[in-house]
Write a protein that binds this ligand. Structure first.
Ligand SMILES: Nc1ncnc2c1ncn2[C@@H]1O[C@H](COP(=O)(O)OP(=O)(O)OP(=O)(O)O)[C@@H](O)[C@H]1O
Length: 315
Protein backbone atom coordinates (compact mmCIF):
# COMPACT_ATOMS: atom_id res chain seq x y z
CA UNK A 1 0.00 0.00 0.00
CA UNK A 2 1.54 3.24 -1.18
CA UNK A 3 2.13 5.86 1.52
CA UNK A 4 0.73 9.14 0.19
CA UNK A 5 0.86 11.53 3.12
CA UNK A 6 3.31 11.09 5.92
CA UNK A 7 3.54 13.23 9.08
CA UNK A 8 6.33 12.87 11.60
CA UNK A 9 6.78 14.66 14.91
CA UNK A 10 3.80 16.90 14.17
CA UNK A 11 3.17 19.44 16.93
CA UNK A 12 0.77 22.36 17.13
CA UNK A 13 1.07 25.08 19.74
CA UNK A 14 -1.64 27.75 19.89
CA UNK A 15 -0.83 31.10 21.46
CA UNK A 16 -3.45 31.97 24.04
CA UNK A 17 -3.81 34.71 26.65
CA UNK A 18 -2.98 32.13 29.31
CA UNK A 19 0.21 31.08 27.50
CA UNK A 20 1.17 28.48 24.90
CA UNK A 21 -1.39 25.71 24.49
CA UNK A 22 0.12 22.44 23.27
CA UNK A 23 -2.83 21.19 21.23
CA UNK A 24 -0.88 18.44 19.42
CA UNK A 25 2.42 16.87 20.46
CA UNK A 26 4.75 14.79 18.30
CA UNK A 27 2.23 12.91 16.19
CA UNK A 28 3.29 10.41 13.53
CA UNK A 29 0.66 9.49 10.91
CA UNK A 30 0.68 7.84 7.50
CA UNK A 31 -2.19 7.96 4.99
CA UNK A 32 -2.10 5.23 2.37
CA UNK A 33 -3.67 4.93 -1.05
CA UNK A 34 -7.15 3.33 -1.00
CA UNK A 35 -7.16 3.27 2.81
CA UNK A 36 -9.04 5.29 5.40
CA UNK A 37 -7.39 6.17 8.68
CA UNK A 38 -9.79 7.33 11.38
CA UNK A 39 -8.55 9.89 13.88
CA UNK A 40 -10.68 9.61 16.98
CA UNK A 41 -10.75 11.45 20.28
CA UNK A 42 -12.90 13.58 22.54
CA UNK A 43 -13.71 17.21 21.87
CA UNK A 44 -10.59 19.32 22.33
CA UNK A 45 -8.17 16.40 21.85
CA UNK A 46 -6.57 18.14 18.86
CA UNK A 47 -8.20 16.42 15.86
CA UNK A 48 -8.94 19.58 13.87
CA UNK A 49 -5.57 21.08 14.79
CA UNK A 50 -3.92 18.05 13.18
CA UNK A 51 -6.04 18.32 10.02
CA UNK A 52 -5.17 21.99 9.59
CA UNK A 53 -1.48 21.39 10.29
CA UNK A 54 -1.36 18.66 7.61
CA UNK A 55 -2.65 21.24 5.12
CA UNK A 56 -0.34 23.95 6.53
CA UNK A 57 -3.38 26.09 7.41
CA UNK A 58 -1.42 27.29 9.37
CA UNK A 59 1.84 25.29 9.29
CA UNK A 60 2.57 23.05 12.30
CA UNK A 61 4.76 24.39 15.10
CA UNK A 62 7.12 21.44 14.55
CA UNK A 63 7.34 18.29 12.49
CA UNK A 64 7.40 17.28 8.85
CA UNK A 65 4.59 16.56 6.41
CA UNK A 66 5.35 14.94 3.07
CA UNK A 67 2.92 14.42 0.18
CA UNK A 68 4.08 11.78 -2.29
CA UNK A 69 7.58 12.27 -0.91
CA UNK A 70 7.64 16.08 -1.17
CA UNK A 71 8.26 17.90 2.11
CA UNK A 72 5.57 20.60 2.10
CA UNK A 73 7.77 22.94 4.17
CA UNK A 74 10.32 23.11 1.33
CA UNK A 75 7.81 24.43 -1.23
CA UNK A 76 7.58 28.05 -2.30
CA UNK A 77 4.19 29.66 -1.56
CA UNK A 78 3.38 29.32 -5.28
CA UNK A 79 4.30 25.63 -5.43
CA UNK A 80 2.29 24.99 -2.27
CA UNK A 81 -0.74 26.74 -3.81
CA UNK A 82 -0.42 24.55 -6.89
CA UNK A 83 -0.25 21.41 -4.73
CA UNK A 84 -3.10 22.34 -2.33
CA UNK A 85 -5.90 20.98 -4.56
CA UNK A 86 -4.34 17.51 -4.10
CA UNK A 87 -5.41 17.69 -0.44
CA UNK A 88 -9.13 18.29 -0.03
CA UNK A 89 -11.13 18.73 3.13
CA UNK A 90 -14.82 18.13 3.83
CA UNK A 91 -16.30 19.75 6.94
CA UNK A 92 -19.06 19.04 9.42
CA UNK A 93 -21.52 21.64 8.13
CA UNK A 94 -21.68 21.49 4.33
CA UNK A 95 -24.02 24.47 4.09
CA UNK A 96 -21.41 26.75 5.67
CA UNK A 97 -18.91 25.86 2.91
CA UNK A 98 -21.37 26.03 -0.03
CA UNK A 99 -22.28 29.49 -1.34
CA UNK A 100 -26.10 29.53 -1.01
CA UNK A 101 -26.49 31.66 -4.15
CA UNK A 102 -24.61 29.32 -6.49
CA UNK A 103 -26.08 26.40 -8.40
CA UNK A 104 -24.87 22.90 -7.52
CA UNK A 105 -23.14 22.49 -10.90
CA UNK A 106 -21.21 25.75 -10.40
CA UNK A 107 -20.24 24.74 -6.87
CA UNK A 108 -18.90 21.39 -8.08
CA UNK A 109 -16.94 23.16 -10.86
CA UNK A 110 -15.21 25.57 -8.44
CA UNK A 111 -11.84 23.75 -8.28
CA UNK A 112 -11.72 23.61 -12.09
CA UNK A 113 -12.61 27.31 -12.36
CA UNK A 114 -9.77 28.08 -9.93
CA UNK A 115 -7.28 25.91 -11.84
CA UNK A 116 -8.58 25.69 -15.46
CA UNK A 117 -7.41 22.69 -17.46
CA UNK A 118 -8.15 22.71 -21.22
CA UNK A 119 -8.10 18.91 -21.22
CA UNK A 120 -11.07 18.73 -18.84
CA UNK A 121 -14.51 19.72 -20.14
CA UNK A 122 -16.40 21.53 -17.37
CA UNK A 123 -19.82 19.95 -17.98
CA UNK A 124 -18.34 16.45 -18.31
CA UNK A 125 -16.29 16.84 -15.13
CA UNK A 126 -19.28 18.14 -13.14
CA UNK A 127 -21.60 15.38 -14.41
CA UNK A 128 -19.00 12.72 -13.52
CA UNK A 129 -18.54 13.93 -9.95
CA UNK A 130 -22.27 14.38 -9.32
CA UNK A 131 -22.94 10.89 -10.69
CA UNK A 132 -20.22 9.53 -8.41
CA UNK A 133 -22.03 10.89 -5.33
CA UNK A 134 -25.45 9.72 -6.54
CA UNK A 135 -26.86 13.15 -7.46
CA UNK A 136 -27.42 13.11 -11.25
CA UNK A 137 -26.64 16.53 -12.72
CA UNK A 138 -29.88 16.72 -14.75
CA UNK A 139 -31.84 16.49 -11.48
CA UNK A 140 -29.55 18.37 -9.09
CA UNK A 141 -27.27 20.59 -11.20
CA UNK A 142 -29.59 23.62 -11.16
CA UNK A 143 -30.54 23.43 -7.49
CA UNK A 144 -29.17 25.81 -4.85
CA UNK A 145 -27.83 24.53 -1.50
CA UNK A 146 -31.04 25.60 0.29
CA UNK A 147 -32.97 23.10 -1.86
CA UNK A 148 -30.88 20.16 -0.65
CA UNK A 149 -31.11 17.97 2.45
CA UNK A 150 -28.09 17.91 4.79
CA UNK A 151 -26.91 14.62 3.33
CA UNK A 152 -27.29 15.85 -0.26
CA UNK A 153 -25.40 19.05 0.60
CA UNK A 154 -22.57 16.98 2.07
CA UNK A 155 -22.48 14.87 -1.12
CA UNK A 156 -22.18 18.09 -3.17
CA UNK A 157 -19.25 19.14 -0.97
CA UNK A 158 -17.65 15.73 -1.62
CA UNK A 159 -18.31 16.03 -5.38
CA UNK A 160 -16.61 19.43 -5.35
CA UNK A 161 -13.61 17.95 -3.55
CA UNK A 162 -13.42 15.21 -6.21
CA UNK A 163 -13.28 17.80 -9.00
CA UNK A 164 -9.84 18.78 -7.70
CA UNK A 165 -8.64 15.18 -8.32
CA UNK A 166 -7.23 14.91 -4.81
CA UNK A 167 -4.70 12.42 -3.51
CA UNK A 168 -5.79 13.06 0.07
CA UNK A 169 -9.31 13.55 1.40
CA UNK A 170 -9.75 14.78 4.97
CA UNK A 171 -13.29 14.46 6.33
CA UNK A 172 -13.57 16.43 9.60
CA UNK A 173 -16.69 15.26 11.50
CA UNK A 174 -18.28 15.01 8.03
CA UNK A 175 -21.29 12.96 9.14
CA UNK A 176 -21.74 14.27 12.69
CA UNK A 177 -24.55 16.67 11.75
CA UNK A 178 -26.46 14.13 9.62
CA UNK A 179 -29.29 11.80 10.56
CA UNK A 180 -28.52 8.09 10.75
CA UNK A 181 -29.69 7.22 7.25
CA UNK A 182 -27.81 10.11 5.61
CA UNK A 183 -24.76 9.13 7.70
CA UNK A 184 -24.85 5.61 6.28
CA UNK A 185 -25.10 6.94 2.70
CA UNK A 186 -22.15 9.31 3.15
CA UNK A 187 -20.00 6.70 4.94
CA UNK A 188 -20.59 4.16 2.15
CA UNK A 189 -19.78 6.83 -0.38
CA UNK A 190 -16.51 7.78 1.31
CA UNK A 191 -15.47 4.12 1.48
CA UNK A 192 -16.29 3.53 -2.19
CA UNK A 193 -14.63 6.73 -3.43
CA UNK A 194 -11.49 6.03 -1.41
CA UNK A 195 -11.23 2.71 -3.22
CA UNK A 196 -12.32 3.82 -6.72
CA UNK A 197 -10.38 7.08 -6.87
CA UNK A 198 -7.32 5.75 -5.08
CA UNK A 199 -7.65 8.33 -2.30
CA UNK A 200 -5.72 8.36 0.93
CA UNK A 201 -8.43 9.35 3.41
CA UNK A 202 -8.37 10.73 6.92
CA UNK A 203 -11.69 10.46 8.72
CA UNK A 204 -11.90 12.59 11.84
CA UNK A 205 -14.60 11.72 14.35
CA UNK A 206 -15.47 11.48 18.02
CA UNK A 207 -17.90 8.64 17.23
CA UNK A 208 -16.52 5.11 17.35
CA UNK A 209 -19.67 3.75 15.70
CA UNK A 210 -19.02 5.63 12.47
CA UNK A 211 -15.28 4.99 12.74
CA UNK A 212 -16.03 1.26 12.77
CA UNK A 213 -18.16 1.64 9.63
CA UNK A 214 -15.75 3.67 7.54
CA UNK A 215 -12.11 3.09 8.43
CA UNK A 216 -9.43 0.48 7.84
CA UNK A 217 -7.15 1.79 10.57
CA UNK A 218 -7.66 3.94 13.61
CA UNK A 219 -5.47 6.38 15.53
CA UNK A 220 -6.72 7.37 18.98
CA UNK A 221 -5.87 10.84 20.21
CA UNK A 222 -5.91 11.84 23.86
CA UNK A 223 -5.14 15.39 24.95
CA UNK A 224 -2.96 16.05 21.90
CA UNK A 225 -1.01 12.80 21.93
CA UNK A 226 -1.64 9.57 20.04
CA UNK A 227 -2.23 6.77 22.49
CA UNK A 228 -3.08 3.87 20.19
CA UNK A 229 -2.94 2.94 16.49
CA UNK A 230 -3.82 -0.16 14.53
CA UNK A 231 -6.36 -1.90 12.28
CA UNK A 232 -9.84 -0.65 13.28
CA UNK A 233 -11.44 -4.05 13.75
CA UNK A 234 -8.64 -5.31 15.97
CA UNK A 235 -8.40 -2.15 18.06
CA UNK A 236 -12.13 -1.94 18.65
CA UNK A 237 -12.40 -5.66 19.40
CA UNK A 238 -9.58 -5.59 21.96
CA UNK A 239 -8.24 -2.11 22.78
CA UNK A 240 -4.72 -1.94 24.16
CA UNK A 241 -4.96 1.50 25.76
CA UNK A 242 -7.28 2.09 28.74
CA UNK A 243 -8.39 5.35 27.10
CA UNK A 244 -9.57 3.50 23.97
CA UNK A 245 -11.36 1.03 26.22
CA UNK A 246 -13.05 3.92 28.07
CA UNK A 247 -14.11 5.56 24.81
CA UNK A 248 -15.58 2.26 23.64
CA UNK A 249 -17.43 1.77 26.89
CA UNK A 250 -18.85 5.26 26.52
CA UNK A 251 -20.54 4.37 23.21
CA UNK A 252 -24.22 4.41 24.09
CA UNK A 253 -26.00 1.07 24.03
CA UNK A 254 -29.74 0.49 24.00
CA UNK A 255 -31.03 0.57 27.54
CA UNK A 256 -27.97 2.21 29.09
CA UNK A 257 -28.27 5.89 30.03
CA UNK A 258 -25.90 8.17 28.14
CA UNK A 259 -22.65 8.85 30.01
CA UNK A 260 -23.43 6.22 32.62
CA UNK A 261 -20.29 4.19 32.09
CA UNK A 262 -18.23 5.33 35.04
CA UNK A 263 -15.14 5.03 32.86
CA UNK A 264 -14.60 8.60 31.74
CA UNK A 265 -15.66 10.16 35.02
CA UNK A 266 -14.09 13.57 34.68
CA UNK A 267 -13.52 16.10 31.95
CA UNK A 268 -10.07 15.88 30.38
CA UNK A 269 -7.39 18.01 32.07
CA UNK A 270 -6.65 21.39 30.50
CA UNK A 271 -4.13 21.22 27.66
CA UNK A 272 -2.66 24.39 29.19
CA UNK A 273 -1.52 22.33 32.17
CA UNK A 274 -1.42 18.65 31.15
CA UNK A 275 -0.49 16.10 33.80
CA UNK A 276 3.09 14.85 33.99
CA UNK A 277 3.83 11.47 32.43
CA UNK A 278 0.83 9.87 30.76
CA UNK A 279 -1.83 12.42 29.91
CA UNK A 280 -4.60 9.94 30.70
CA UNK A 281 -3.32 8.97 34.13
CA UNK A 282 -5.62 11.27 36.12
CA UNK A 283 -8.61 9.45 34.65
CA UNK A 284 -7.11 5.99 34.27
CA UNK A 285 -8.22 3.21 36.62
CA UNK A 286 -4.91 1.40 36.10
CA UNK A 287 -2.48 4.31 36.67
CA UNK A 288 0.45 3.75 39.02
CA UNK A 289 3.54 5.72 40.04
CA UNK A 290 5.37 5.06 36.77
CA UNK A 291 2.50 6.65 34.80
CA UNK A 292 3.10 10.03 36.49
CA UNK A 293 6.89 9.79 36.36
CA UNK A 294 7.44 8.70 32.75
CA UNK A 295 5.69 9.66 29.51
CA UNK A 296 4.92 6.33 27.83
CA UNK A 297 6.35 6.00 24.30
CA UNK A 298 4.45 4.42 21.42
CA UNK A 299 5.58 0.82 21.13
CA UNK A 300 4.38 -2.33 19.43
CA UNK A 301 1.82 -4.23 21.52
CA UNK A 302 0.85 -6.73 18.81
CA UNK A 303 1.82 -7.13 15.14
CA UNK A 304 0.73 -3.95 13.33
CA UNK A 305 -0.51 -2.34 16.55
CA UNK A 306 1.08 0.31 18.74
CA UNK A 307 0.09 1.92 22.02
CA UNK A 308 1.61 4.46 24.40
CA UNK A 309 0.87 2.88 27.75
CA UNK A 310 2.93 1.45 30.63
CA UNK A 311 0.09 -0.96 31.45
CA UNK A 312 -1.46 -1.95 28.11
CA UNK A 313 -4.54 -4.17 28.22
CA UNK A 314 -2.91 -6.52 25.71
CA UNK A 315 -0.22 -8.51 27.54
N1 LIG B 1 -6.91 28.97 17.20
C1 LIG B 1 -6.81 28.49 18.44
N2 LIG B 1 -6.31 29.26 19.44
C2 LIG B 1 -6.19 28.80 20.69
N3 LIG B 1 -6.50 27.54 21.07
C3 LIG B 1 -7.01 26.73 20.12
C4 LIG B 1 -7.20 27.16 18.77
N4 LIG B 1 -7.70 26.11 18.07
C5 LIG B 1 -7.84 25.10 18.93
N5 LIG B 1 -7.43 25.45 20.17
C6 LIG B 1 -7.37 24.59 21.36
O1 LIG B 1 -6.58 23.47 21.00
C7 LIG B 1 -7.11 22.27 21.57
C8 LIG B 1 -7.42 21.29 20.46
O2 LIG B 1 -8.51 21.83 19.69
P1 LIG B 1 -9.04 21.11 18.37
O3 LIG B 1 -10.14 21.95 17.82
O4 LIG B 1 -7.90 20.79 17.48
O5 LIG B 1 -9.65 19.76 18.98
P2 LIG B 1 -10.74 18.78 18.38
O6 LIG B 1 -10.36 17.42 18.85
O7 LIG B 1 -10.85 18.98 16.90
O8 LIG B 1 -12.05 19.27 19.12
P3 LIG B 1 -13.55 19.36 18.56
O9 LIG B 1 -13.97 17.94 18.29
O10 LIG B 1 -14.28 20.00 19.71
O11 LIG B 1 -13.48 20.23 17.34
C9 LIG B 1 -8.34 22.70 22.39
O12 LIG B 1 -7.94 22.87 23.73
C10 LIG B 1 -8.73 24.02 21.76
O13 LIG B 1 -9.37 24.86 22.73
Amino acid sequence: MTAVLHATGLSVVHRTRSGPLHAVSEIDLTLRERRTLALVGESGSGKSSIAKALLRLPPPSAGTVTLDGTDLATLTPRALRALRPRMQMVFQDPLSSLNPRRRVSDLVAEPLDAHPDPARDRAVVVARQLDAVGLPSDLFGDRRPGQLSGGQAQRVAIARALTAEPRVLIADEAVSALDVSAQATVLNLLRRLTEERGLASLFISHDLGVVRAVSDDVAVLQLGRLCEQGPTEEVLAAPAHPYTAALLAAVPEPGRPLGDTGLLPADPPSPLAPPSGCRFRTRCPLADARCSAETPAMHEVAPGRTAACHRPLIP
